[in-house]
Ligand binder design. Structure first.
Ligand code: SAM
Length: 219
């Protein structure tokens, strides 16, 4: 937890939820230990959607479809969401949830590794929600920036890694060190690349919100 636990409990206590379907899906996901966006991150994302009003969203990391459905609920009917998932067990569950929620017409699930799938995409997106394997964000970035329109917003979740990000390399468990190194590099690139404007926000497990301000970004 990157914010004080009591603070997080207080903030979450003010939350009014996401309606019966998504609230039930969230409970089920937590019970099944499926990682989905945290409650305060959900609120933050809803506000970003209301401000930015995207018409085309690309999500990297569907899990069982919770955040894709949340984004569908908080965008206009004309907004199309494409979401990518590689874990075979979660794909049928996500599809079923899109069907049950009556959102099949607005959400398209692409099955496979996002690294490969993104290379084959050529459309332009108003928003990209990055919520997959943290160690791969740096590898997803070139294609994410190619696919994001100028003025578009890249939202990257879980960037502060439960606080590990500020620890010394040696204080981080050995098995997490590669992810730690790559995430620090990712955040550095987001903050230091010409044409990218980024704010790193301690919400949920840390979110980076990046606006692409130039047509061409040289990484
Ligand atoms: C944190 S979960 C996504 C949660 C979801 N966005 C939500 O909030 O409801 C991350 C998901 O990304 C998937 N994933 C990780 N690396 C991936 C990759 N390279 N390509 C596609 N999916 C990936 C995992 O299988 C996992 O289901």
């Amino acid at each position: 937890m990157i914010v004080q636990e009591r603070m997080a409990v207080y903030i979450n206590s003010l939350d009014t939820g996401n309606g019966p379907f998504l609230d039930a899906l969230q409970r089920q996901a937590l019970q099944d230990e499926v990682p989905i966006i945290r409650q305060d991150m959900q609120s933050f994302l809803k506000v970003l959607l209301a401000v930015h009003q995207p018409k085309k969203i690309l999500e990297v990391g569907t899990a069982v479809g919770f955040s894709a459905l949340l984004m569908a609920d908080h965008t206009s009917e004309e907004c199309q969401i494409t979401t990518i998932e590689k874990y075979e067990k979660r794909i049928p569950a996500a599809k079923e949830n899109f069907k049950k929620a009556g959102r099949e017409n607005r959400i398209t699930l692409l099955e496979g590794d996002a690294l490969e799938i993104m290379k084959g995409l050529n459309e332009s997106y108003d928003m990209i929600f990055m919520d997959a394997a943290k160690g791969q964000y740096i590898h997803f970035l070139p294609d994410a920036l190619r696919l994001l329109r100028t003025g578009g917003v890249l939202v990257s979740d879980n960037v502060l890694q439960d606080g590990d990000i500020i620890e010394s390399h040696y204080a981080v468990e050995r098995r997490n060190r590669t992810i730690y190194k790559r995430m620090r590099e990712y955040l550095y690139v987001l903050k230091h690349t010409d044409g990218l404007l980024t704010s790193i926000v301690p919400v949920g497990d840390g979110a980076a919100v990046t606006v692409k301000q130039k047509d061409t970004i040289c990484l």
